[in-house]
Write a protein that binds this ligand. Structure first.
Ligand code: KIV
Length: 307
């Protein structure tokens, strides 16, 4: 009998190192981006869109109180509440791997006392999984900002057009066009930065003023309708992708990168036509009662596309 040679083990592929996962951005890391590269921020309000914008490389995902307008269809942001927003924050935080998730404190959740401001900010962190909060306004909000920072929650400021002040401002209008008003906003920006905010949203102010503020403060400015001189930009996702009712007006500062409204309308119309014509569902999209004793039929196609 010839000696048996032990079977040769099949060649094993070399173990590959796991692809490096980008570290999560923290508030201090975002602050440190000032002067190094521009910051890109977007809003998101649910898990699928949050995962998509995160994978696209945005630095900040803001669970904005703009949800009240673009998701709930209200004419302004004033009806947004902590109860309504925290579950959206939780959905977003659970889906984001790299970006800094910031919860936007809604109207009246931080206007009364510092204690109430801390309690509401903490709900965005503890229940919503956010790693920072944003709030609107200048020196009138300093006690609340200091209290929230004292509870170890990073705060992003927001000056210029502060939509929660829409009634006091007399509408959604560009702020700081007059020199005295511009000086006031610059002064507020310095105060917020001195108080310890890690970044500052500047909304709808003249580009020259935003550029001056950007030079004057050591924290990144994130502009929306504030020109190209800011350290970063933020837009509302629904504006960026054109997800709005037909004929809805687009603010001048928005650049529309896609027409999701048309995409949804066309897909829904094609579905309606198929249902009415009886061509949806097909046999492929249906289940057959063909097997005595057949095990449970999975709902989802396997990786090979079989049912
Ligand atoms: O609520 C929001 O989406 C915002 C951004 C526009 C900055 O505050």
């Amino acid at each position: 009998m010839p000696p048996t040679t032990p079977p040769h083990p099949a060649p094993q592929p070399e173990p590959q190192p796991l692809p490096p996962r980008a570290p999560r951005l923290t508030a201090p890391a975002l602050r440190a981006l000032k002067g190094r590269r521009k910051i890109a921020a977007l809003t998101a309000y649910d898990a699928p869109t949050a995962a998509l914008v995160d994978a696209a490389g945005v630095d900040v995902v803001l669970v904005g109180d703009s949800i009240e307008m673009v998701v709930y269809g209200a004419p302004d942001t004033l009806g947004a509440t902590v109860e309504r927003m925290v579950p959206h924050a939780r959905a977003v935080s659970g889906a984001v791997q790299r970006a800094l998730v910031v919860g936007d404190l809604p109207y009246l959740s931080y206007h009364t006392t510092p204690e109430e401001a801390v309690r509401n900010a903490a709900r965005f962190v503890v229940e919503g999984g956010c790693r920072a909060v944003k709030l609107e306004g200048g020196s009138a909000r300093l006690p609340m900002i200091e209290a929230i920072l004292g509870a170890e929650i990073p705060v992003m400021g927001h000056l210029g057009l502060t939509p929660q002040s829409v009634n006091a401002l007399g509408g959604f209008k560009v702020q700081g066009k007059r020199a005295s008003e511009g000086r006031r906003i610059l002064d507020e920006a310095r105060r917020l930065s001195d108080a310890g905010v890690f970044a500052l949203v500047l909304e709808c102010v003249p580009a020259e003023l935003a550029a001056r503020i950007t030079e004057a403060v050591p924290v990144p400015t994130i502009g929306i309708g504030a020109g190209a001189g800011c350290d970063g930009q933020i837009l509302v996702l629904h504006d960026l992708i054109g997800l709005a009712p037909e004929g809805a007006r687009k603010p001048r500062f928005v650049r529309r990168y896609a027409d999701a409204g048309a995409l949804i309308r066309e897909a829904a119309a094609a579905y309606v036509a198929d249902v009415r014509a009886g061509t949806f569902p097909s046999a492929e999209e249906s289940f057959a009662a063909d097997g005595e004793g057949e095990g449970p039929v999975p709902l989802y196609a396997s990786r090979e596309g079989k049912r």
